[in-house]
Design a protein around this ligand. Sequence first.
Ligand code: AMP
Ligand code: MG
Length: 491
Amino acid sequence: MIPIRFDNSFARLPAGFHRSVAPSAAVAPSLIRLNRPLAADLGLDADWLAGPEGIDMLSGRGIAEGSEPIATAYAGHQFGSFVPQLGDGRAILLGEVIDPDGGRHDIQLKGAGRTPFSRGGDGRAAFGPVLREYVVSEAMAALGIPTTRALAAVATGDTVARETMLPGAILVRVAASHIRVGTFQFHAYNGDDDAVRLLADHVIARHYPDAAEAARPYRALLDAVIAAQADLVARWLLVGFVHGVMNTDNMSVAGETIDYGPCAFLDAYDPATVFSSIDRGGRYAYGNQPQIALWNLTRLAGTLVPLLADDRDAGIADAQDALAAFPPAFQGAYSAGLARKFGLGGPGEVNLELAHDMLALMTANQADFTLFFRRLADAQDADGDAEPLRSLFVDPTACDAWLLRWRERIAQEGGSYEDRRRSMNAVNPAYIPRNHRIEAMIAAAVERGDFAPFDRLLAVLARPYDERPENRWAAEPPLAGERVTATFCGT
Ligand code: AMP
Ligand code: MG
């Protein structure tokens, strides 16, 4: 029996798209964790994966039958500056698998050694970034947000040199694909129109098959990617997610959240929040993300101009026409989501004003973004206890007048207390991967080899809307001394 069936459509693209590369074998691999439910969804045999042959594959020691390991080529704008060649420098695509429902998924090793695109890097990853990506990507999936997934984390048994020597690990990542805006940019920069067309055809077949049926497939492709990103970024904002490094090489054309580097979730609400230590100008601040997504999509549209029309000016006009759909698509998704978070019937003018007034109050009062919405659901009654909600504000009186307006509004809209509470709690998570918990989890693993906090965090975040008293520790914002203000790419 072949335990894993690969079908490698990206490897079948011409040579310019990738380079063959053998993963570097981990010296003494041990499985930190295998994501068994995900393995089952993919139709993979979890027992085989956890056995010697599976661990060989997951740790780069053996190449499973049918796997054709490659590093993919891409370019990208990093903090606004174009780099013509980046590529998978510390990631190796083992191949693609088809799940029982027919969905195609990349299986990639991140941190399995150097590739032709590594430049000065070692191609490796330390425990910290691997465990962070595992927890945060799985949390995003549980929140219902499109994302790459973590199939496994493997300790390599080796150390990697960063600021200090750190234990090394490999993240086994699953993605709809690893095709980025930067993949298009790579071929467009090389002036290879045929490669851009091939890539576009590949992406249509793989991610947007409806576009193939459209009158103008490449325009339909662009429209679909724009729509997917507008929806994705709206979802990020609605849970307080800051990607942190939205370079065009870190934006998936499949519409999944990808490349969890210095990402973080807001504790206190403030659109200007930046965590990444390398984002000095605040380019990728929480509130800038929609604008940056559009900037990145504009780069994508630029690569597609030759496919959109024979005449360059007509192609540019068509690309601009497509891009004009982004702001309303984002606003529509974000506003509708915001109304749901506030327990309001819809994104009408009155409701949006109410919501935005509160966001301004939260910013001025450093109110915790996640707790606010859970507690709001419990503050519907005029004679109920609003103290838990009020206490989230530096000046608790700041929200009193607003609360009166909100109660008046929900009374006008009608519906029962319990129904509203239930529907609000269904969209407002009780648990997000809080930065101070992530840092503590990483410290326990790196300093003491203790993975219990990692397991505990994963268990709670797997059911983010399901509040239970024993998980209070995971809901609480950081104490003053625990607050994480900077995150690092940790490559
Ligand atoms: P990222 O910051 O993860 O988006 O990576 C940007 C670029 O740097 C990509 O081309 C990566 O493959 C490459 N890169 C990041 N870390 C390493 C590393 N440790 N070794 C080699 N290449 C790396
Ligand atoms: Mg990247």
